[in-house]
Design a protein. Sequence first.
Length: 357
Amino acid sequence: MSDDDEKKDSGELTYLEARPFLVDVKDEEKQEYEAATNDNSASRHQPTNQGLSKRFWIAAAVNSLSTVGIVFINKTIFTNPSLRHTQVLFAAFHFLLTYFFLWTTSSPHLPFRLFTPKPFPFLTILPLATAMIGNVVLMNASLAYSSIQFYQIVRVLLTPCVALLNLVLYGLTIPMRAACMLIPVCIGVAVVSYFDALSTTATQKETTPLGVFFAFSALGASAIHTVWIGKYHRTLQCSSMQLLMNQAPVSVAVMVYIIPFSDDVAGFVRGVGWFDAGLIFISGGLACLINLSQFLIISEAGPVSSTVVGHFKTCSIVAMGWVVSGKQLRDGSLLGVVLAVGGIISYSYVTQREARK
């Protein structure tokens, strides 16, 4: 198996790929992202041996704050029952805003042009755009019916799911030591799932059975979407931004036909006030900041540093979720978090070490 194949499952997926909503980009996709960009914006800021630049630290701070912020803001948004039942409409707004952001930053009239657009036929992008809808909508539904810490810890299972899917579909394997690191990840998520499903706050149950269903359904959709992203990168020879710019409008076009059957649009119109509308726009703005800062992190420091930033975000979201919920660490949840997060960090270390050999 080649180095590129081993790297394939070692990163994280962000909204650059799918998402307003915490997804991690794989190392191979990050490298393809730079290699396939048609302009020189990435090559102007290649990592050097002189240490990380000030631009990287600013981008890392913006990316971390935006990612953590968007999770908590979206959780607040979904406490409104009217918004909780309009998941497809909410995702469509984010996709539309993302498209306009990418269209603006790809304009040849701007001095900070990030990339050159590369259009593809509608039917070529349709399968990936459909998978993107399932990925994002189910993730948001999981957040609406689950605690923040459960929502985030389950996302750690994306790496073993992608590894399994690559094995089944393409016969791709990972080093044995890396595979062993995924065992505590799965055990840790199972422990957190069990104890979080039992816990309650002063007013309601934090993670409902519906939230568990949405969380693991989103995991499957994310794994399929992640594997397809790698395939599309290879076959279309495009960067992540070029691919997302094609995905977003196609996804919106498909969701226009889904919304009348899936969402309570009338309830949304009646139940959304100025405060909720403001949060929705802030959420969309944070998604755009995630896109921009992720691009700068990759171009300034490469995929390894980007993976470290991703692990920091995971730990931050889980810790802050516990603080906000007021949950006591008297059950086995803390052990589960240590197993899951420690396992995924060890997995990243092993795969990156193997890739350097």
